[in-house]
Design a protein around this ligand. Structure first.
Ligand SMILES: NC(=O)c1ccc[n+]([C@@H]2O[C@H](COP(=O)([O-])OP(=O)(O)OC[C@H]3O[C@@H](n4cnc5c(N)ncnc54)[C@H](OP(=O)(O)O)[C@@H]3O)[C@@H](O)[C@H]2O)c1
Length: 198
């Protein structure tokens, strides 16, 4: 499948490499993506516009503040958009409105699926790294899109994919991301994640 990744930072780069490894035709788009050929051998690099047009599916790997600015001008209509982002402002400050719901409202024709926003980038694509079955949350207003993204998560290696329902769950998921930052400081690094015991 053709996948456009918006953002070439820690998350965008990590997810892009994994999806390319799984055989997808990936293009990363961001202001500096074209300067990163050495970092991403064999992966197409372009602007956000080019990556959005390339992708049948899209991944938001930008901070929320950039995503709400950039995404409305891109070729997104009818596409599945996997939103991994968080508002930077909500990590240290209050979460007034979730990013997932804000994007879905701004882009009603997008099939937004929220997931992976609350795990460390290296674990997103290597969920067995810690030797435990980690839990990943997923939410969407579009059940078919959610099922399709669940299959992609399984292909990446996720086993415990916990469906939180519609996008009203984004708020909780983005609070988990804020907690992640506090826990990282206490643990002293990103090598931890969530297991939902039930
Ligand atoms: N890092 C993690 O472990 C982690 C885990 C879970 C969720 N998240 C969330 O994922 C998001 C990205 O995090 P990150 O750590 O990958 O951040 P990052 O390394 O700072 O990367 C952010 C990316 O956004 C791109 N960007 C900025 N303005 C843009 C624009 N106008 N158009 C297209 N791209 C633009 C930047 O592009 P250039 O490099 O070209 O300037 C950069 O590649 C955040 O919301 C974060 O909360 C991160």
């Amino acid at each position: 499948m053709r996948i456009g990744i918006l953002g070439s930072g820690q998350v965008g780069g990590t997810v892009a490499k994994k999806l390319a490894q799984l055989g997808h035709d990936v293009m990363i788009g961001s202001p500096h993506a074209k300067d990163k050929t050495a970092e991403f051998p064999g992966i197409k690099l372009g602007t956000a516009e080019e990556a959005a047009s390339h992708g049948e599916w899209l991944v938001n790997a930008m901070h929320g503040e950039a995503a709400v600015e950039v995404l409305p001008s891109l070729n997104t209509a009818g596409k599945i958009l996997i939103d991994i982002g968080n508002f930077e402002g909500s990590i240290e400050g209050p979460l007034e409105r979730s990013l997932g719901e804000t994007l879905q409202q701004a882009l009603p024709q997008v099939r937004l699926v929220k997931t992976l926003n609350h795990v460390s980038a290296h674990l997103m694509v290597d969920p067995v790294h810690l030797g435990k079955t980690l839990t990943i949350f997923i939410a969407s207003n579009d059940d078919e899109a959610k099922t399709a993204v669940t299959e992609l998560l399984k292909a990446i290696g996720w086993q415990d994919i916990f469906d939180l329902g519609d996008l009203s769950a984004c708020r909780a998921m983005e609070y988990v991301a804020a907690s992640w930052v506090a826990i990282e400081k206490a643990v002293g690094g990103p090598n931890f994640s969530l297991v939902l015991v039930r």
